[in-house]
Design a protein around this ligand. Structure first.
Ligand SMILES: Cc1cc2nc3c(=O)[nH]c(=O)nc-3n(C[C@H](O)[C@H](O)[C@H](O)COP(=O)(O)O)c2cc1C
Length: 206
């Protein structure tokens, strides 16, 4: 049973965070989810999903999941003394989804200005899986250099770039397929119906 840390920062794509949380919460592989939302993250969630996730009370979980869940602990981004700020806390993996270029830059340069940065720094120093889901376009040289630095440190950079080869019919299809990739990298099992099996095999099914 895994313990996963989820950071939500102020990049566009909060629907990915919402969907991932739902899948982690429903997974029998996952015992605990530590959730941290930056101030900008809460603002973008409000803009994009119309949900109020400011604060750390249970309402945050109800807003994102539609119900409360004992699995999810919500931490304040200002609480630099929270459990996940220490390497002695056994989080199996961390994902920052979506990941702003600001947070990406902080993690790339070892700057821990809030709990999301610190938790990511700890995951890195403990050599545990860290997944970042950046979203920005176009990318400048600083963004690219920071991503290269992180990739060289073993961080999995999985940009919020939906794919189309699985013939999505709805935005939900796009998001769902992307979430499956994140679950793969977090080591959380799932049943993915759109896993690519090769074009010839696919053609033979049709
Ligand atoms: C509606 C909205 C959308 C934004 N989209 C992005 C984005 O896609 N990528 C990005 O890097 N920053 C984006 N930003 C800017 C970040 O929120 C800003 O840099 C913020 O300081 C990030 O702080 P954080 O990393 O602590 O969440 C957006 C801001 C707003 C208000």
């Amino acid at each position: 049973m895994k313990s996963i840390t989820v950071g939500i920062t102020g990049a566009s794509g909060s629907v990915y965070a919402q969907k991932l949380l739902a899948r982690l919460n429903a997974s029998s592989d996952v015992a605990r989810i530590d959730l941290v939302i930056s101030q900008a993250g809460a603002r973008v969630v409000s803009e994009e999903l119309g949900l109020n996730v400011a604060g750390t009370d249970r309402r945050v979980v109800r807003e994102l999941l539609g119900e409360d869940s004992e699995k999810v602990a919500v931490h304040s981004a200002n609480d630099i003394g929270a459990s996940i700020a220490s390497g002695s806390y056994l989080s199996d993996a961390m994902v920052i989804v979506p990941c702003s270029m600001s947070t990406l830059g902080a993690v790339a340069n070892g700057v821990s200005r809030d709990l999301i940065h610190r938790a990511a720094d700890v995951i890195l120093k403990e050599s545990r899986p860290l997944v970042l889901v950046p979203r920005e376009t176009p990318l400048n040289v600083i963004h690219l250099e920071n991503m290269l630095k992180l990739a060289r440190s073993g961080v999995r950079i999985i940009p919020a770039m939906p794919s189309f080869y699985h013939h999505p019919q709805t935005i939900d299809d796009l998001v769902e397929h992307f979430i499956h990739r994140l679950l793969d990298h977090l080591g959380v099992s799932h049943e993915q119906l759109t896993r690519w099996e090769g074009s010839r095999k696919r053609g033979s099914r049709e």
